[in-house]
Design a protein. Structure first.
Lengths: 165, 408
């Protein structure tokens, strides 16, 4: 429980709560970005440099822009009324129930008895070497999948040619 | 130790630190840090690393604005600012005071909080990116193992600030400018990162200090091994620099703020000091990307030839950085602005295939072991692709002299 952990945890939770409670969709997206950034900070604090920086690159850099574009392209995001939503009681009750269920389930696993390994550092170079040797096939499969998705997106975005008679 | 003694020691050790830094000696901060209790040392050390960035780069920004206006003036056959201070070089101080005292107008319909946060959300990540750049032999503020990754991760966060500015202003030109800027930044990030990947592939490290060390002259050799001296490095440097200009919204890629079309783009509704912050954020972003270009391709702080090693390392870094910034000013005064479709086509159909081929080029260089075989193959690959792509993109297009019709 170092001060930096407390600060980052507070930022993450505040961002998450904001993402749920705010009425304006763009505000929700921005609050979600704060939560993402807080999570990245938590990873970095745990010495997981690669995961933390990838979190920033992918979530803060790319996914946030994707969400924002999706909001702007679908419909008017403006909602009149107060800053925060009022119908949070039902949500809070459901959240409490889910949390209690998860807690009961976790208590029965040996998860709590585990201690952290002494050195949890994963150098970026080691991750790269593993990705290129042991996990090269899954990596290639993901690459193929992403390429297919990219081509699919281009096909959808291309203007349709009129069918010739 | 009394307060007076402490302050005297602080001044003395500060001078020693500065002297050591100028003279490229190791551990410049050590003497200053020893004055503080052990618990404070990390914080003081961080502050000592941050302070030069906060002083040097905004000062460089101020000077660059004046130099830019003077150089553009020369290119356009006029004087440029020449009234404030010697040769007009204090113009930036006058401009700064002006923007501080100007009224800060926020549109009534604007989203006040997001409108206020947008310039900060631009400036903070940009300043963070400076922390991984090695400015000198013993002057890397944050020597991360994944330094290059840090640079791009933090740099990607600036895209959101552009959106925040454009969206919160509630102005169609702001939003249009933000959308243009986002499309441009996302498109040009690909060639930027891919041309970096070639360097990382060959050097085998993501750390910025490691990259500089990989480019130093080998013992006994007189010429440094800068990556720009190889065919893939040369092509990668040109690709990187073009993409960096686009990322910084510099002319000829300044469509997001094309004043003849959309007023000033995403900062149309910004005035006073917030506008100045945006302005500064863009320039600092340019400096940071140019600094990374220096680190990746131009050997960082190393001297080009080994007999010039005596020159302080930070001088080399800033000389290279200044050269790149001056080049961008020259380009701004020379090349006309692109159209939106040309901009996108250039990124996706020209720069992206070339930067992908450059990866192959780097691999070829690595496996042929360099020498004239590597040069021939590399130049043939990149040159052939350049010519073929250029031909392919221009076929089927009617290029003719533009017809002007004047009102009669």
């Amino acid at each position: 429980m170092t001060p930096s952990f407390l600060l980052l945890a507070f930022v993450t939770l505040a961002g998450a709560i904001g993402a749920m409670m705010l009425r304006q969709l763009v505000h929700c997206a921005l609050a979600l970005v704060v939560a993402f950034a807080g999570l990245a900070g938590l990873y970095l604090q745990l010495n997981a440099q690669f995961v933390g920086l990838a979190q920033v690159l992918v979530y803060v850099g790319a996914v946030a822009i994707l969400i924002v574009f999706a909001i702007l392209l679908t419909r008017g995001a403006g909602v009149d009324g107060g800053v925060a939503t009022g119908s949070w009681r039902v949500g809070a009750a459901i959240a409490a129930l889910v949390a209690a269920g998860l807690w009961l389930a976790i208590r029965q696993t040996p998860f709590l008895d585990r201690t952290a390994p002494p050195s949890a550092e994963a150098p970026v170079k080691a991750i790269g070497n593993r990705l290129m040797s042991d996990y090269v096939l899954p990596l290639e499969a993901i690459g193929l999948l992403l390429t297919a998705a990219l081509i699919g997106a281009v096909v959808i975005a291309m203007p349709e040619r009129k069918a010739r008679p | 130790m009394s307060i007076v003694d402490f302050i005297l020691a602080l001044v003395r050790e500060g001078a020693v630190t500065l002297w050591k830094w100028i003279g490229d000696q190791p551990e410049p901060k050590a003497g200053l840090l020893a004055l503080f209790p052990a618990g404070w040392q990390p914080v003081v050390s961080a502050a000592l690393s941050i302070a030069p960035i906060l002083v040097v780069f905004p000062a460089l920004f101020g000077l660059t604005t004046v130099v830019e206006r003077k150089v553009l003036g020369r290119i356009q056959n006029r004087y440029g600012p020449n009234r404030v201070g010697p040769y007009g070089f204090l113009q930036f101080a006058a401009d700064g005071i002006k923007s501080l005292t100007k009224e800060d107008v926020v549109p009534r319909a604007a989203d006040k909080l997001v409108h206020f946060l947008a310039p900060l959300a631009l400036l903070v990540p940009v300043l963070l990116t400076f922390s991984v750049i090695p400015f000198g032999r013993h002057a890397t503020p944050l020597d991360l193992e994944a330094g290059v990754l840090f640079f791009f991760a933090v740099g990607a966060a600036t895209e959101l600030s552009v959106f925040m500015a454009g969206w919160s202003s509630r102005n169609k030109y702001s939003l249009l400018g933000a959308m243009r800027a986002l499309a441009q930044m996302i498109s040009y990030e690909l060639p930027l990162i891919l041309s970096t990947v070639a360097v990382i592939m060959v050097a085998g490290t993501l750390s910025t200090t490691g990259l500089v060390a990989a480019q130093a002259a080998a013992p006994g050799e007189w010429l440094a091994q800068w990556h720009v001296f190889t065919p893939w490095g040369l092509a990668g440097f040109v690709l990187f620099y073009i993409a960096a200009l686009a990322e910084a919204n510099r002319s000829p890629f300044d469509l997001p703020e094309g004043e003849s079309e959309i007023v000033a783009g995403y900062f149309t509704e910004y005035s006073g000091f917030k506008f100045a912050l945006f302005f500064m954020g863009e320039y600092l972003g340019l400096f940071a990307t140019c600094g990374l270009a220096v680190t990746l391709f131009l050997g960082g702080w190393t001297a080009p030839v080994s007999w010039l090693d005596g020159v302080p390392s930070w001088l080399w870094f800033f000389a290279k950085l200044t050269a790149l910034v001056l080049l961008s000013i020259w380009i701004r005064g020379t090349v006309p602005r692109l159209r939106m479709d040309q901009l996108m086509n250039f990124a996706w159909k020209f720069l992206l295939p070339l930067s992908l081929l450059n990866l192959l080029n780097a691999a070829l260089w690595h496996y042929t072991g360099g020498g004239w075989v590597g040069w021939t193959l590399g130049l043939a690959l990149i040159g052939g692709a350049y010519v073929a792509l250029g031909r392919a993109l221009f076929t089927g297009r009617k290029l003719a002299r533009r017809q002007y019709r004047y009102a009669t």
